[in-house]
Design a protein around this ligand. Sequence first.
Ligand code: ATP
Ligand code: MG
Length: 327
Amino acid sequence: MDRILSGIKPTGQLTLGNYIGAIKNFAKVQQEGEAYLFIADLHALTLPIDPEFLRNNSRDLAAYYLAAGLDPKKTTIFLQSDVPAHSELAIILQNYLYMGELSRMTQFKDKSAKMKDEAIGLGLFAYPVLMAADIVIYDAKRIPVGEDQLQHIELARDLVHRFNNRYGETLVMPKGELVKVGSRIMSLSDPTKKMSKSDPKGDIYLNDSLEVMRKKIMSAVTDMEARVHYDVEKQPGISNLMTIMSALTGKSFEQIEKEFEGKGYGEFKRAVADAVCAEMEPYKARYEEIVKSGLVDDVLKDGAKRASVVAEATLKRVQKAVGLYNK
Ligand code: ATP
Ligand code: MG
């Protein structure tokens, strides 16, 4: 059975982008293999974050995972920092990824763009090293992510290749995979930018009320073309709303174009808002139930135990391969 791995950083309120590109898909994927799903709290430290917020948000993220239908008996759900082998492995693997390639990572360039060199932490630069450790430590073959993370997975693949060439077959080669529709949901207020939870502007957060979600969709940036048509270059806002609708309803772009032929953007946006609310209403209710149940702490504790067994075995294998004494 293939191992499947994914994670999300508890850096901010989850967005509809995280839901469509990642979370919604996990529940389906967990049926297809042995899934490990973690909360990347160590990764959340790569930019300044309030400790209390990080603590609460980590638990909250676990509740959103569970609400999406993840079964903690089947899928191992845990905090990255509860499995110290990730960090130990990263210390070894950092020697097989190089400054040049790390400095070309889009996420690093985006996140550090407005920062002075003196303020950019080494952890932000070395992010893909820890991410590679997160992946290879579970011998994971399938890595479901949003499009923005593919570059990091390519780097992890380079690392596996390099490492195995040097030490013999030690690490399993991972492969990134995207959802068919919605692997890059764009911001509603600026459809040329990816929707991000660390971006405070006008995106749809899973903890927004349904009324607020509806309002944000109704005021999403569109264009002057006056037709519901999929064209990312000319109509990025409408194409993004079509993507959201398609991902949530299963309707194809052609079907959506036909359905709204000759109709105004107002009517189309109302239909997108209906689709989002129809999905979010029960999801938010399940989330509230899970928070009330107090289930999360037990799930995370049990998950860390199960994850540690696999992680420690891989760490040992790597320590042996590189020649660390008496492992
Ligand atoms: P941050 O701004 O802190 O980086 P983020 O919204 O990009 O937050 P991550 O924790 O980096 O979220 O990513 C979690 C998962 O969600 C990843 O698999 C990522 O590829 C996916 N994802 C993030 N943004 C989107 C998006 N706009 N559309 C689809 N998938 C996304
Ligand atoms: Mg991100």
